[in-house]
Write a protein that binds this ligand. Structure first.
Ligand code: ZN
Length: 498
């Protein structure tokens, strides 16, 4: 059977950057075999040590999750499309399982009493006239929007777009959760913040912007780091939550708290040119149903490391804001039980069904999680060292600079991708992108100290783990903080170093 396999952007490091692969296979298993024969690096990315497909990758045949079909034994027909969608970009409905509600019972998350309690001033009628003219929203929908309390977790590129749209729409209370500060590289994508906001907390910079946009909206700041101990208290004050965070710890935290309190969550994620949007709500699947476990640290780079095209947040954030407005106004088809992915660069859009996992740790009939306080999220996401695993040795930038200056024998491996090396060069290194390491380990000298460098110091750790698994036994070190931390120390005279 001739089929087409679509590889999400964050998995393309395993397929030599190829986004679409035509191949011939009778089943999903056979297709994966053909794929991994053609791209041996993909074995480690797609499968865990026991040979099972990794939990952070969902596979769809056309729009159906293979878990709702026959798993990897699912048969393929001519012309089928196989979509590999990992966490960051994901989704699917079990056969015989009840179809999830397309919107919460009663239509809107805002009750009729709360809607009736809202009064609209003359000025607001003028301000909100666009929505008042839409029969799908009209006066009742607008009042529901005005009664709404929405928490936005993460005020980066996506959260910023959603916050501005919701404020302009007249959402009554907007919670702004972020403990980070605005930095220069944020400004290209995070247009809620301005140049003069650099070094200010993102939450208060966002509040000031929203106040200017619409003085009727009240903002509530949450500038503390969200943890298992405080997340439930934060989310329970809201009607719905927007997850616009950029890391797996926050995603599982926000998901669990929303499920435990029965609060719908609008979810969005981006990677380079790709976006993913869905809605989790009682009755439908949750984030853990789609992705029971995060990817191993370093396999899916963060947006900061991988880059994001600056118009993408406007599209993905716009879709997220639309879902919020539908949930508040009680109109339209909400993306519950469905998800969409968009590859903006190749302009490909794909909608999939999302499936509730009957064994989900938090939303199943017999959940193992009853409070977020029970979970060590950092540990779950692999951010704590495993005491059974040999620790990864690191080298400080100062020490590496000294060893280079004194010409001590040392091999430096740059595991970044070619386009990253073009931005910041590191002379005297051997360039081996992380996806090629296992097969090129013969280029390393096991009798010499080998230092792995990447942009942030995360992929270099993954590189060492990969080589350990591949049986390499020489001394290995990860450059602490990556080139971001080391540039000014190792190359103090290189100016802008571009
Ligand atoms: Zn679930």
């Amino acid at each position: 059977m001739e089929i087409m396999v679509y590889i999400a952007a964050s998995l393309r490091s395993f397929t030599d950057r190829v986004p679409r692969i035509e191949l011939s296979a009778k089943s999903v298993r056979e297709a994966l075999d053909v794929l991994t024969d053609r791209y041996p690096e993909a074995v480690k990315g797609f499968f865990d040590e026991t040979g099972d497909l990794r939990h952070f990758i969902s596979i769809y045949v056309n729009d159906r999750d293979i878990r709702s079909l026959k798993g990897i034994a699912t048969k393929l027909s001519d012309g089928d499309e196989l979509w590999l969608i990992p966490a960051i970009a994901g989704g699917a409905q079990k056969e015989g399982e009840e179809a999830p509600a397309k919107k919460p019972a009663g239509g809107s998350v805002i009750s009729a009493e709360r809607m009736k309690a809202v009064t609209i001033e003359e000025k607001q009628i003028e301000r909100y006239s666009n929505h008042l003219q839409l029969k799908e929203i009209s006066i009742k929908g607008q009042k529901r929007i005005m009664a709404g309390k929405v928490l936005i977790a993460g005020l980066g590129a996506l959260g910023g777009v959603v916050a501005e749209r919701l404020a302009a729409a007249g959402v009554g209370t907007i919670g702004l959760a972020d403990f980070d500060e605005v930095k220069l590289p944020n400004l290209q994508t995070q247009t809620i913040h301005s140049t003069r906001d650099i070094d200010r907390p993102k939450a208060s910079a966002a509040r000031d912007r929203l106040k200017k946009l619409n003085p009727y909206v009240s903002s509530v700041l949450h500038q503390e780091k969200l943890t298992g101990d405080n997340i439930e208290e934060v989310v329970e004050a809201y009607d719905l939550v927007v997850d616009a965070t950029d890391n797996f710890v926050s995603r599982y935290l926000v998901n669990d708290a929303c499920v435990l309190h029965g609060i719908p969550e609008v979810f969005g994620a981006m990677y380079q040119f790709e976006g993913f949007v869905t809605v989790f709500a009682p009755g439908g699947p949750c984030y853990r149903c789609l992705y029971p476990a995060p990817p191993p640290v370093g396999i899916v780079p963060t947006c900061a490391a991988a880059g994001v095209m600056n118009a993408l947040p406007a599209i993905i954030g716009g879709l997220m804001a639309t879902e919020v407005l539908k949930l508040l106004s009680g109109s339209g088809e909400v993306l519950i039980g469905r998800a969409i992915t968009l590859d903006a660069w190749n302009l490909q859009y794909h909608a999939v069904q999302t499936v509730k996992d009957s064994g989900c740790a938090v939303c199943s009939v017999h959940p193992v999680i009853s409070t977020a306080m029970d979970i060590d999220y950092e540990d779950f996401c692999g951010l704590k060292e495993n005491p059974e695993e040999e620790p990864i040795a690191t080298i400080e930038p100062e020490e590496l600079a000294r060893r280079i200056a004194e010409e001590e024998p040392i091999t430096i491996i740059d595991v970044r991708e070619p386009h990253e090396r073009a931005i910041r060069k590191f002379p005297g290194t051997i360039a081996i992108p992380i996806g090629q390491l296992a097969r090129r380990q013969n280029e390393l000298d096991p009798d010499t100290d080998t230092v792995f460098v990447c942009r942030e110091g995360k992929r270099s750790i993954l590189a060492i783990r990969t080589l350990r698994e591949a049986g390499y036994e020489g001394p290995m070190f990860s450059l602490k903080g990556g080139l971001e931390a080391a540039a000014q120390i190792i190359f103090p005279n290189e100016g802008a170093w571009l």
